[in-house]
Design a protein around this ligand. Structure first.
Ligand code: NAD
Length: 442
């Protein structure tokens, strides 16, 4: 087995800043969780960078280090959190409002959370219709706001004595936008910033500011944001990694676990009806049809890509796929998602599968943000830039190069991620053929 040449990876010395536009449920659950783990009060469950292992070489070699040791990632003690929000409340109050973690759990990290105060947001109700807040930058053009965000990032870095920073979008879902002329090149985009072009959403201004400074940007919402040629070009120009979109949690996580299994066994799918009730602020924002459309596009795409109806018309050619999200305040962050799946087998005999997932969205999303931040920092240190396809594992609607179809099958995504880590470290990528162990011809 031949090894790939090892990529040169800059060391992870010093402190890493994680900045989140949006200090709501997901962001504060991440912060409180990392602080609790640091104090030895909890384990980082759900985080590949903290708990995952990776097999190297042959099955008989018994080399299975933790991912953290293998690639060298910053310690949680070396992470500093910051962010922006449209409400001027510190991370402790924001976490209390979000209602994900108990007051008792938050009390244990209260002091540290209270010290994390949001910077003023770039925001407009034109893009998030159900929210309004006063802690926002005002009086300037979109270009001015981009400059101010860059000052925020630089200031945060200097004030906290940081070596590197990453930005992960954890703010509300914006209205559905289509890529247009203004998004085509860096020049048209910068012109658009100066002219306050309505097709430039706040999330794009954050993304632009981060990329200009060479700061990696990951998008946790389904917004268009980094998924436009101008950002791609800027990421290449400034040697910066980007990835997105929409954290893969809850119902879509389960969907991308199950659908590959049906396809692997050539079981047909006639219909898949998914409905959710949730009552957090995200649910309220998604109650607006324009924000829901952004989310719907992101959720609907996965089945087609995994099941490939064009290759398997008899099995998946007539699938009826429906996704519903209903805002239902009594549930708060504790979502309930129902799936009814109509499948069919030998001689077309029908069967049904029912799933009732009582899930906690932010509990599933928080470790994703941590992993993305650490892996985006690794990508930057490894000299990677542009779209980080290997991080598709974390997204509902992975951003990929325009000529490629996104990969949504979680098992292929996982293999891609682990093989990329092996590639970075100059280890042999695993093909799982088995030919190393058996002499198939005799
Ligand atoms: N929770 C999950 O499992 C999950 C999964 C996939 C995607 N997401 C996405 O992640 C994002 C965050 O989810 P959440 O549950 O934390 O939502 P949330 O409503 O609790 O938090 C979002 C925060 O962003 C703030 N905000 C809105 N626009 C802003 C702007 N322009 N600049 C700065 N702050 C802004 C809001 O005031 C709010 O505090 C949402 O877009 C959601 O769709 C969440």
């Amino acid at each position: 087995m031949e090894k790939a040449p090892q990529v040169t990876v800059a060391p992870h010395e010093g402190r890493l800043g994680i900045l989140t536009p949006g200090m709501g449920a997901v962001s504060t659950t991440l912060m409180a969780g990392v602080l609790a783990v640091r104090k030895g009060l909890a384990k980082p469950i759900g985080s590949l960078t903290q708990m995952g292992t990776i097999r190297l070489g042959k099955r008989t070699d018994s080399r299975v280090p933790t991912i953290k040791e293998f690639v060298g990632l910053p310690e949680l003690d070396d992470i500093v959190f910051g962010g922006w929000d449209i409400f001027e409340v510190n991370a402790y109050e924001a976490a209390l409002n979000a209602g994900v973690l108990s007051k008792e759990d938050l009390e244990r990290v209260r002091e540290e959370l209270e010290a994390i105060k949001p910077m003023k947001a770039v925001f407009s109700t034109a893009y998030v219709k159900k929210l309004d807040g006063s802690w926002v930058k005002s009086g300037g053009t979109k270009w001015d706001y981009a400059q101010q965000l860059m000052e925020d990032i630089e200031g945060f870095k200097a004030d906290n004595n940081l070596d590197r920073v990453v930005v992960v979008w954890c703010a509300s879902t914006e209205i559905f936008l289509q890529p247009g002329d203004v998004h085509e090149t860096i020049e048209t985009f910068e012109e658009g910033l100066k002219n306050d072009d309505p097709n430039i959403a706040p999330s794009m201004i954050y993304c632009y500011a981060a990329l200009k400074l060479g700061v990696p940007f990951a998008n946790g919402a389904p917004n268009l944001t980094a998924d436009i040629p101008a950002m791609n070009a800027l990421a290449k120009q400034t040697q910066t990694p980007i990835c997105g979109k929409d954290f893969k949690t809850g119902q879509t996580l389960i969907k991308t676990i199950l659908a590959p299994g049906f396809k692997a066994r050539l079981l047909g799918v006639a219909g898949w009806f998914s409905t959710n009730i949730l009552g957090n602020r995200d649910g309220e924002v998604l109650d607006d049809p324009e924000a829901f459309k952004t989310k719907e596009e992101s959720k609907l795409g996965v089945l087609d890509q995994i099941l490939q109806p064009e290759l398997y018309p008899d099995l998946y050619g007539n699938i009826y796929h429906k996704v519903r999200i209903n805002y239902y305040p009594p549930r708060g962050d504790n979502k309930e998602g129902w799936d009814n799946i109509d499948i069919f087998g030998w001689l077309n005999y029908p069967m049904q599968i029912k799933i009732d997932f009582l899930c906690r969205d932010s509990i599933l999303a928080a470790p994703i943000v941590l992993d993305l931040a650490l892996f985006m920092d690794l990508a930057k240190r490894a000299g990677f830039c542009g779209i980080q396809d290997w991080l598709s594992f974390y997204f509902k609607s992975p951003t990929v190069a325009p000529e490629l179809a996104a990969e949504n099958d979680i098992f292929i995504q996982q293999m891609k991620l682990k093989n990329t880590l092996r590639y970075i470290m100059g280890e042999v990528e695993l093909t799982h053929t088995g030919a190393d162990y058996y002499d198939y011809y005799r």
